[in-house]
Design a protein around this ligand. Structure first.
Ligand code: RP5
Ligand code: MG
Ligand code: MG
Length: 265
């Protein structure tokens, strides 16, 4: 069979014929549900390399090939065909909020690395429930959602108890976009892959040491804690690379759009 069948974006939403199908459908008569699914699959005709209704099917990596109706992973073959565990055929857009602070001692002085004598950067890391790996508390961009909103929503859902990220943002020194593009995610297949926008929200002043960030794991995070940025600490997918980019502070680049989005958070 050529062509693609309906996307499954996440457990909360199934996309068929470009129309979100809410979970209540699952509780309907199963035959009726399957009939709807077959009809939807027959008429499912995604517009690849374009913003397709509320779904952004463009790639940060440029135009990707579509072969026999199926989008091809721009970074090569993976050994897996189909959509796999990802919700969408083609690019699946995520956002990764990298919240950082300097490690301080009890007196409030910066702790220096024993070898490099440089201050130690820490970031908020979550332990993923699905694979048990430590990761940035990122998540999928919902159809039609602004990335700036995804960044604060995912951080709030996975790493915060009740305080909204919006309130915290006013205490931050700056935010910088550090990466935009393909993610080497274990769920990638030949026809579906992850892409992300990773943004660093940095607390230069030490507000996050003053109990202003009540970390509490939620959603797909089993644990949450501050972790030293250290190349020897293994992280999920391409997240070590994003942290490496963050650690190279001098190479941060101020993004006007990002600054605007931070202000809006
Ligand atoms: C990674 O998967 C992204 O960098 C992001 O952190 C994450 C999004 O997927 P879920 O956390 O929603 O599973 O590729
Ligand atoms: Mg999430
Ligand atoms: Mg997540």
């Amino acid at each position: 069979m050529t062509g693609v069948q309906g996307d499954r974006s996440n457990p909360h939403q199934v996309e068929e014929n470009n129309t979100p199908v809410q979970p209540y459908l699952y509780s309907l008569n199963r035959l009726s549900y399957l009939n709807k699914k077959i009809i939807a699959a027959q008429s499912f005709s995604p517009k690849f390399n374009a913003v397709d209704g509320a779904v952004d099917r463009t790639s940060f990596e440029g135009s990707y090939k579509v072969e026999n109706g199926k989008p091809l992973n721009p970074c090569g073959r993976t050994g897996l065909t189909g959509r796999g565990l990802l919700g969408l055929w083609g690019p699946n857009h995520a956002a990764d909020p990298i919240v950082t602070r300097w490690k301080l001692d009890a007196s409030g002085a910066k702790v220096l690395h024993s070898a490099s004598k440089k201050p130690i950067l820490q970031f908020v890391s979550i332990k993923r429930k699905d694979c048990g790996e430590w990761a940035i508390p990122g998540g999928m961009v919902d159809p039609g959602e602004q990335v700036s909103l995804t960044l604060q929503r995912e951080f709030s859902e996975e790493a915060l108890n009740s305080l909204s990220f919006k309130e915290l943002c006013s205490t931050l020194s700056f935010c910088s976009q550090v990466y935009k593009g393909y993610v080497d995610d274990p769920r990638n297949t030949d026809n579906a892959w992850m892409e992300t926008v990773a943004v660093n929200f940095h607390d230069e002043a030490g507000h996050f040491h003053l109990q202003l960030l009540p970390l509490q794991a939620g959603d797909d995070a089993g644990q949450v804690q501050w972790v030293d940025v250290d190349s020897s600490f293994a992280l999920y997918a391409s997240h070590s690379h994003f942290l490496e980019l963050v650690a190279r502070e001098r190479k941060f680049w101020k993004d006007k759009e990002c600054a605007k989005n931070c202000h809006e958070l």
